[in-house]
Design a binder for this molecule. Structure first.
Ligand code: NOJ
Length: 778
């Protein structure tokens, strides 16, 4: 199947081919009218939804497509004025975003169901991305747990809290694969790898939606941003993704597919275009791939103002044209641009197929409301008592602390510098980020409040062992504000036994529209680091960041580097748990850290090419002249306070036919002194295929707790379909031949390998990375 995603086509079926003669003979009145393409969501809708559509006026239908802003993140509900309530009464609004609160939203819902003509309930939405009031680590950090169960639990808690606050719908998970850390939104996703990304996508959908979407404790997930939003040229947010069909299908699509299979109730289209076709107008991708091929039956919402922005893209000259393109492509709800509600009326009236598209969009929106139980119990989400008891409950804080502890990645640990000894000593905490509570909330903080956060500094002070003295000086803040001075920091550090240097980016340097051309440390952070190294004291870097940073020089000079990302409300307590060895760090990088900005984008999973990189500069190969070919810290990298020895990777059978499983097992022993988690990673390579295959592809992983001195055997069970190659025009093809498997502690730290042979060719309908490898621990 060639996708042909460069085409923006019509949603009316192409009329049956006619011979040249018959066209020549036909008079205008004899040309058969174009048949509208049948639309599943219209036929499969419930009787209630069909009945409602039959009763709705054109204006009421258009109103359902309208998602209006009820405020902005900082001023929730501020736009819900009496005039706005009138619009609700007239049926002009289908949904609000940036609203919250059991009581105010309850009143709004009451107006919709009791005072509008048809009593259709409203949908209330917000970006609840890594917590509602109990803020968890930022998404890239959640992915660094390498444990989908952690994400699932965080998403379930987020659903519990936000539904208690009157919300039905979150704009999460963000599943965009991203390989360019200049892109600020890398903080919002699961990193660089489609297999890891697909696991995390599924886990989040399951967490938000639970097993019963109509329960008032679950909310509708929005998997976003459908297309290839994570591949903007140059890492500049919103930029065009000029990628191949191969990359689109093998790298960017698998998490969306996995989310579809997990039952995501909605998806959001990306702002950007792929090779000139904005995804918001891409009928081939939305209606063709997502709905027809994958069977996605949920609702699609545009991104903020994105329908109107089709004019900026240059694919629509007027608002009407923009709206028609989006509706035909399969977008159902218009986030804030007001184009679908206000500008397509005439076009729809003049075109039966478009009218059918409109009905289908309304059907999908009403079906989402129905799945949430809103027709039967519209007030179920408006229990103010529940709201009070649920938000920031002790259990939720506990879960946030656990997730934060599990998300940290120990990048370097020379001579066991960490954990810190609990013998009496003075530790200088240096760096303004240590006291910055806002930063721990990261990008998208929903209703997270800085006053809820245990700062890194407070956590260290409150959990320090007896006899340990914590001193503090800010030295510098990433944005250069505050009263901090280097002199005080140097004096404080010089009087201590060791330095915990808290440096990095603050919350405002990553996230939407926060691309950076240089991903080294902000200048004053680097200066602070140099001043600390110059004291001659042992320095441990506590890195705070939403993206991989190029910290080659700082990492070389520090004894230890602990990457803490941005950890949420329990940041400081979690840091203390790891710093003093209550628990061993076991987070792993979901994306590599480059040596320099100029080395991005790069992935362990690149194609080998004809002249693979060779460190020998006398040879002309695929490398830089000025830096080593390897990243500073590899994908999957993360150290432990313990040590692990891997045994032999064993394949249950050396040849595998279609329908049989590939079964691989490996024993891993904790040879250190501390009980700890290890993340065991399985990578695959297809050494000879009809098209070149990546050097390595993640195909399985498991975070396993192994007590000191004990061995666990991990068994991976895969299907041959997980080796399928996307072939344009054919689909997913499993080619017979050899497959190499390696197991290791990162994409570069390989401990054992084996190979098997697939004996048959098969064609599957599934992106290979979207399929999950089963694991068993014994
Ligand atoms: C724009 C962002 O791209 C999207 O992720 C978000 O959900 C919407 N704004 C709504 O806030």
């Amino acid at each position: 199947m060639g996708l042909g995603f460069a085409l923006v086509g019509s949603s009316c079926a192409t009329p049956s081919p006619q011979t040249t003669e018959s066209v020549a003979e036909a008079t205008p009145t004899e040309v058969p009218p174009e048949a509208c393409k049948p639309i599943d969501s219209l036929t499969t809708a419930s009787t209630r939804v069909k009945d409602l559509i039959a009763q709705m006026t054109l204006d009421e239908k258009l109103g359902q497509l309208n998602q209006a802003a009820g405020g902005r993140s900082k001023s929730l509900n501020s736009k819900l004025t009496p005039e706005e309530l009138e619009k609700v009464r007239r049926g002009e609004i289908g949904s609000y975003l940036h609203v919250a609160g059991a009581e105010p939203l309850g009143e709004l819902q009451r107006v919709a169901v009791e005072e509008s003509r048809l009593g259709i309930p409203l949908l209330f939405a917000m970006d609840v991305v890594h917590g509602y009031r109990t803020i968890f680590p930022v998404p890239i950090a959640m992915a660094a747990t390498w444990d989908p169960e952690d994400w699932k639990q965080a998403a379930a808690i987020s659903a519990d809290e936000s539904s208690a606050a009157g919300l039905h719908w979150t704009f999460a998970p963000m599943v965009d694969i991203a390989r360019d850390p200049r892109w600020g939104r890398i903080v919002e996703g699961a990193g660089a790898d489609p297999y890891l990304g697909a696991r995390m996508a599924k886990a989040q959908v399951e967490g938000y939606q639970g097993t019963d979407l109509s329960s008032p404790e679950t909310i509708l997930a929005t998997t976003k941003h459908f297309g290839a939003y994570g591949a903007p040229t140059g890492g500049r947010d919103y930029g065009s993704a000029d990628i191949s069909e191969q990359s689109l299908m093998e790298i960017y699509m698998p998490p969306f597919y996995a989310a579809t299979r997990a039952g995501t109730g909605s998806m959001m289209t990306a702002f950007n275009d792929i090779a000139g076709v904005p995804t918001t107008a891409n009928e081939t991708l939305i209606d063709g791939l997502l709905r027809e091929k994958w069977g996605f039956d949920g609702m699609i919402v545009s991104d903020w103002n994105a329908i109107a922005e089709l004019m900026n893209h240059g694919v629509a000259a007027t608002r009407e044209e923009a709206g028609v393109l989006a509706l035909k492509a399969g977008v159902d709800m218009d986030m804030t641009s007001n184009v679908l509600p206000a500008d397509i009326r005439n076009a729809v009236q003049a075109d039966d197929c478009l009218m059918q598209d409109l009905d289908a969009a309304v059907a999908r929106i009403l079906t989402a409301k129905e799945r949430l139980g809103l027709f039967d119990a519209p007030m179920a989400y408006h229990d103010a008592q529940r709201e009070k008891e649920t938000l920031l409950s002790p259990q939720h804080r506990q879960a946030a602390r656990k997730a934060a502890t599990r998300a940290m990645v120990l990048l370097k640990n020379k001579n066991g510098a960490l954990p810190l000894s609990s013998s009496p000593q003075t530790i200088a905490v240096i760096g303004g980020l240590a006291e910055d509570k806002m930063t721990q909330l990261g990008s998208w903080r929903a209703q997270g409040k800085p006053e809820d956060v245990v700062s890194l500094l407070d956590g260290l002070k409150q959990n320090a062992p007896e006899g340990t003295r914590i001193t503090y000086a800010a030295g510098a803040f990433p944005k250069g504000d505050g009263e901090a001075t280097l002199d005080t920091a140097i004096a404080t550090a010089s009087a201590a036994d060791r330095i915990l240097l808290v440096i990095g980016e603050d919350y405002d340097l990553s996230g939407e529209a926060r691309s950076r051309s240089d991903i080294t440390l902000p200048r004053n952070q680097a200066a602070l680091a140099e001043a600390m190294f110059a004291t001659g004291k042992p320095v441990t870097i506590i890195l705070v960041t939403g993206r991989p940073l190029a910290i080659e020089s700082e990492a070389a000079q520090a004894d230890a580097v602990l990457n803490t990302w941005m950890l949420g409300v329990e940041a400081g307590n979690a840091l203390a748990d790891v710093i003093w060895g209550k628990t061993s760090p076991a987070g792993r990088l979901p994306i590599e850290f480059p040596r320099r900005t100029g080395a991005v984008p790069h992935t362990y999973s690149e194609y080998p090419g004809g002249r693979p990189a060779d460190p020998d500069l006398t040879k002309d190969t695929n490398r830089f002249m000025d830096i080593p070919i390897t990243p500073l810290f590899q994908f999957g990298h993360g150290l432990s306070y313990s040590q692990f020895e891997y045994g032999e990777l064993n394949a249950a059978a050396s040849t595998v036919q279609t329908g049989e499983d590939i079964i691989l097992s490996i024993p891993v022993t904790n040879t250190g002194k501390m009980d700890a988690d290890e993340v065991i990673q399985l990578y695959m390579r297809d050494p000879y295929a009809s098209i070149a295959r990546p050097k390595r592809e993640l195909r399985g992983f498991q975070r396993v707790n192994i007590p000191a001195g004990e061995t666990r055997t991990l068994t991976f069970t895969l299907s041959p379909d997980q080796a399928a190659i996307y072939k344009s025009g054919q689909g997913w093809v499993v080619e017979p031949g050899k497959l190499e498997f390696v197991v290791g502690a990162s994409a570069a730290d390989i401990r054992s390998s084996t190979e098997i042979t697939l004996t048959q060719q098969t064609i599957t309908g599934t992106p290979a990375s979207a399929l999950s490898t089963r694991t068993r621990i014994e």
